[in-house]
Write a new protein. Structure first.
Length: 258
């Protein structure tokens, strides 16, 4: 079965498309909130959310007694890369119908994650961890940058462009190879230097049958406007390209890891 089949099946139902639209408008909603948008019972809404989660279009995180649902744009990006971009490259910035926006009111980051991305990768957790931490691999999917760090808690890290200038940097908060990496996130490309706002990124890698589930949580992302949109769109592209790289043997050989 093609990996896109569950995505297209999930998108075929108007109720499920409505749920995605509502999460696009305001991310991180509970079942009770989402049920209010549909002429369905709580159980009916739950069934549709389950289909969306199985297709990877929605992720959920439980905080206390509440379960919050998030739009996951990575499968949309992969469908776009496969079916749209190669046929319509000049229109790449004009037809992203499910593109996220940071113009919506910010969430209370003390009670729920800001943005959650998730994808399944045909690779071991060790291989995924290597992709996150190996500069020879990050340059293939992280906008051409190489990460530098010893990844010990409290240590600095930086993503360097080809000319050696920092694109973003921060501090390693937690490091549990190959399952969890928490780091602060300070965008340096904005020109604000040391005064750039700092947020928090968590990489979680868990084995799932013969695959790995990669979750990325970005909390405290309080940047509005074009920069904020660029960060959210950037994560979608980064994770999608990482998956392609790890599942394509030629890319790994070319990176010197085969």
């Amino acid at each position: 079965m093609d990996e896109m089949d569950p995505v297209f099946k999930a998108l075929a139902d108007p109720h499920r498309r409505e749920l995605l639209d509502r999460l696009h408008e305001r991310d991180g909603q509970t079942l009770s909130e989402l049920q209010g948008y549909l002429p369905l019972s709580r159980f009916g809404c739950m069934k549709h959310l389950r289909v969306l989660e199985e297709a990877g279009l929605v992720t959920s995180r439980k905080v206390g007694r509440e379960k919050f649902h998030f739009l996951n744009p990575v499968p949309i990006q992969r469908a776009y890369d496969r079916w749209v971009e190669k046929y319509a490259r000049p229109w790449t910035r004009m037809i992203s119908g499910l593109k996220w926006s940071l113009e919506e009111p910010r969430m209370d980051t003390a009670t729920k994650p800001a943005h959650v991305y998730q994808i399944f990768i045909q690779a071991t957790p060790e291989r995924v961890w290597q992709a996150i931490t190996d500069p020879d691999l990050t340059q293939h999917y992280y906008f051409g940058t190489r990460i530098e760090s010893d990844f010990a808690p409290g240590s600095p890290y930086v993503y360097l462009t080809a000319d050696g200038s920092p694109m973003l940097d921060g501090t390693i908060v937690e490091s549990d190879p190959p399952h969890r990496l928490v780091m602060t996130f300070r965008p340096r490309w904005t020109g604000e230097g040391e005064d750039a706002p700092v947020s928090r990124v968590t990489w979680e890698v868990t084995p799932h049958e013969e695959q790995s589930k990669l979750s990325l949580i970005h909390e405290g992302l309080g940047i509005h406007g074009a920069v904020g949109e660029g960060i959210k769109d950037g994560w979608t592209r980064i994770i999608s390209t990482m998956k392609t790289m790890l599942e394509t043997e030629d890319a790994l050989v070319g990176a010197g890891t085969g």
